[in-house]
Design a protein around this ligand. Structure first.
Ligand code: SF4
Length: 376
């Protein structure tokens, strides 16, 4: 069952570290909603890429951004209405909206979302420490976050993910744990904990030397301390950067890691359908003009499947890869796996390979070596 992603490309202001596609200000939200609704109804631009999609059941719908909550509850609900009118959305579908906790979320915001069918909210808290949030360009206070969570729960949406950032300038081991405990005490069912990465072209990239960033060893130690802290509190570390209460894995994102299909609508939204990858350019005006997505080549190869599955704690079954993709793995593979296993970077039971938390820390290197060893 494919997922549906809708990219809402508006933010109130640009956070200094952010490389996601969004434009500041909401002047074009009406035009965006009209264009996205038209595409959801007609699939005119994605055309043959989405052949057969209407006959399939949609398992997850995810509004990401940007800041979807900036659209307001009515517009978000209308977009979800267009999804429900035009697709067969599974009765138990996970329907998520990313929301920026701010004092501007109006009374009744979450009630309207709940009535429309949203059943999961992802909140960008980043830190419970106001000084750290300020350094990240976040205007809302920790109190605003707590109010947003309570309002969301009161509206009946209790599946709440909270984003936390690691490696924030000025963050300490203690302040990270404080942020995690704050998320848990608010009742988060899911925590996404991403490492601050300095992306070219961002304000932080220009100011890098003045940022007082923690060094690599400190960040690695902090990541491991975070994993330990959350697991002791009953969360499952099911993906490199994601933790959940039992049964609350993010179904939409997990489908990405399982290399399943999805359609993305909106500027900068990527898709993988019917064996092809394609994306809408990072250009709101091009989206408003009705320009089609750009082809990004075939998807669904074995390398992709291995790379994505190894992000998960469940790892990958080599037998399944061999059988599904007809790949005869090389004789050097067991040696590579045993070498990494002996230094604690992965587990290998003769078939299933899964990275450990130490392995997650250098996942790009380990995954690259495993792929190279499967078919050198
Ligand atoms: S609110 Fe999110 S998408 Fe918008 S600028 Fe900040 S980090 Fe980027």
């Amino acid at each position: 069952m494919p997922g549906l992603y809708i990219h809402v490309p508006f933010c109130a202001s640009k956070c200094p570290y952010c490389d996601f596609y969004s434009v500041v200000g909401g002047e074009k939200t009406d035009a965006y909603c009209a264009a996205a609704t038209d595409e959801l109804k007609t699939l005119r631009r994605v055309g043959a890429y989405a052949a057969g999609l209407r006959e399939r059941e949609i398992s997850t719908v995810y509004f990401g951004g940007g800041t979807p909550s900036l659209l307001g509850a009515e517009k978000l609900s209308a977009l979800l209405g267009a999804v429900k009118e035009n697709y067969s959305v599974a009765p138990n579908a996970e329907i998520t909206a990313e929301c920026n906790p701010s004092s501007s979320l109006s009374d009744g915001f979450f009630e309207t979302l709940a009535e429309a069918g949203f059943n999961r909210v992802s909140l960008g808290m980043q830190s419970a420490v106001d000084a750290e949030r300020k350094r990240l360009g976040r205007k809302a206070t920790a109190e605003d976050v707590a109010t947003a969570v309570k309002n969301c729960q009161r509206a009946g949406i209790d599946n709440i993910s909270i984003d936390i950032m690691l490696g924030v300038p000025g963050q300490t081991d203690q302040s990270l744990l404080q942020s995690l405990d704050c998320a848990l005490s608010l009742g988060a069912t899911h925590v996404s904990a991403y490492l601050l990465s300095i992306e070219p072209g961002t304000f932080f990239a220009k100011k890098r030397d003045a940022l007082n960033l923690p060094d690599e060893d400190a960040v690695c130690d902090r990541y491991l301390a975070m994993c330990d802290h959350l697991q002791k509190r009953g969360l499952r570390h099911y993906e490199i950067s994601n933790f959940c209460q039992p049964g609350f894995e993010a179904r939409h994102n997990t489908a990405y890691w399982r290399d399943e299909e999805y359609l993305g609508i909106g500027p900068a939204a990527h898709s993988y359908l019917n064996g092809r990858r394609f994306f809408f350019p990072r250009d709101l005006d091009a989206f408003l003009r009705g320009e089609p997505p750009v082809d990004d080549g075939p998807g669904g190869g074995w390398e992709e499947a291995v790379m994505l599955a190894l992000r998960l704690d469940t790892g990958v079954s080599l037998k399944e890869i061999r059988e599904t993709y007809n790949v005869a793995s090389s004789p050097s593979l067991p040696v590579t796996l045993q070498t990494y296993q002996s230094v604690g970077l992965l587990t290998f039971d003769g078939d299933r390979v899964a990275l450990t938390e130490q392995g997650f820390l250098i996942s790009n290197t380990v995954i690259g070596e495993i792929i190279a060893a499967i078919a050198p």
